[in-house]
Design a binder for this molecule. Structure first.
Ligand code: IMP
Length: 191
C-alpha cells in the first residue's frame, strides 16, 4: 500500500470505512461472547468516547454504559506512568460482566492500574477491548480480549485520540507528523 502524505500534520492510517467495518465486527464478537444479562460497557475517557459510542450501537444486546475518566498523559507523547482518576463510575459493577473500552494500549500502565482498581469492585468478569494496540511499547503485559488494529510505534490521533486535546474529531485514525509534535513540545518547555 502506498503511504499517504501528511495533510494538516496527519497521515491517514485507517480511514473511516475501515474503522466502521472493524468496529461492527468487534461489536458482534462482544455480543456473541458476552455471558449473563448484566453487560456493562465501560468507556475510558476521554480517548474512547467515539469508539465506545459506535461500539455500543454495534452490540445487538441490552447493556449498560458507564464512563471512567482517567488521565495518564500530560502534554507530551510519552507516558508518565502516573494515572489519575478524573471521573469515577456512576453505578456499582458488582456481579456485572464488564467490557472495558480503551482507545489504545501503549505501555499498558494505564490498563494495569485500571484492572487492579476494577477488581476491588467485584465484577463477575472483566474483558478488555482496545481500538488500538502498540505491542512494541508494552511495559506491562495486558490480556486484550478484543483489539481493533495492531500498530507500530507511531503517535496516532483521530477517532477520539488526541494530541494536546486536538484532533479527536477526525473521522479516521491517522499518524501525527512527528515534527509537529516536537515543535509543540519545544514551545511548551520554553513556556
Ligand atoms: P499507556 O498507559 O502507555 O498504555 O497509555 C494509555 C493511554 O495513553 C491511552 O489511553 C491514550 O490516552 C494515551 N496514548 C498512548 N499512545 C497514544 C497515541 O499514539 N495517541 C494518542 N494517545 C495515546
Amino acid at each position: 500500500m502506498r503511504e499517504q502524505p501528511y495533510d494538516q500534520g496527519v497521515r491517514v492510517l485507517f480511514d473511516a470505512a475501515a474503522v466502521r467495518e472493524r468496529v461492527s465486527q468487534i461489536g458482534r464478537d462482544i455480543a456473541s461472547g458476552a455471558p449473563g444479562d448484566d453487560l456493562v460497557l465501560l468507556a475510558v475517557l476521554k480517548g474512547s468516547f467515539i469508539f465506545a459510542a459506535d461500539l455500543a450501537r454495534a452490540i445487538p444486546k441490552p447493556l449498560r454504559m458507564d464512563f471512567l475518566g482517567l488521565s495518564s498523559y500530560g502534554r507530551e507523547t510519552e507516558s508518565s506512568g502516573i494515572v489519575k482518576i478524573t471521573q469515577d463510575l456512576s453505578q456499582p459493577i458488582e456481579g456485572a460482566h464488564v467490557v472495558v473500552v480503551e482507545d489504545i494500549i501503549d505501555t499498558g500502565l494505564t490498563m494495569a492500574y485500571l484492572l487492579d482498581n476494577l477488581a476491588t469492585r467485584k465484577p463477575a468478569s472483566v474483558k478488555v477491548c482496545a481500538l488500538l494496540e502498540k505491542p512494541s511499547r508494552a511495559i506491562r503485559n495486558i490480556r486484550i480480549d478484543h483489539v481493533g488494529f495492531v500498530i507500530s510505534d507511531e503517535f496516532v490521533v483521530g477517532y477520539g485520540l488526541d494530541y494536546d486535546e486536538r484532533y479527536r474529531n477526525l473521522p479516521y485514525i491517522g499518524v501525527l507528523d512527528p515534527r509537529r509534535a516536537r515543535r509543540r513540545a519545544v514551545r511548551e518547555i520554553r513556556g
